[in-house]
Design a protein around this ligand. Structure first.
Ligand code: FES
Length: 144
């Protein structure tokens, strides 16, 4: 699962980081930046090693909740959006890869159409708290 939305209030607050739900979490954007089925917000995760590229990710709102995924198609490892932030298809119900048209469920990341059927996007854990969306940077981000 790619979000902790409903469980966000149960997360402990990090000491010394007033707003972050957990130490080292990345501030993605304000809650109002993500409209239901609308443009997504791209963000970067920490690189796993010095000199390696930082993984790109994105967050969208679907069915009232925020979901985040690595911005990497399960077919060929390219970014999904044809224009920055354009992750949804025309219906606003599925995420779509601009390259060959694979479609993904926004809440599960599962590919439901196109050349990567049966595969899935890689989730990024996020939570929404006090009007701000946060992402878990992963082990490399928490240890730096
Ligand atoms: S690269 Fe995404 S569908 Fe082919």
């Amino acid at each position: 699962m790619a979000d902790l939305d409903s469980g966000a209030s149960a997360l402990p607050r990090a000491s010394g980081e007033r707003d972050a739900p957990l130490e080292g979490w990345i501030r993605v954007c304000a809650s109002e930046a993500l409209a239901e089925g609308g443009d997504g917000v791209r963000f970067e995760l920490p690189a796993s090693r010095a000199g390696s590229p930082a993984p790109q990710a994105f967050a969208v709102r679907y069915d009232g909740r925020v979901h985040a995924w690595l911005n990497r198609c399960a077919h060929v490892p390219v970014e999904l959006d044809w224009m920055p932030g354009k992750f949804f298809d025309e219906s606003g119900l599925l995420l779509i890869c601009a390259t060959h048209g694979a479609t993904y469920e926004p809440d599960t990341g599962r590919c439901v159409g196109g050349p990567c059927r049966g595969k899935a996007l890689e989730p990024v854990t996020v939570c929404e708290r006090d009007g701000i969306i946060w992402a878990d940077p992963g082990p490399q981000g928490r240890s730096s």
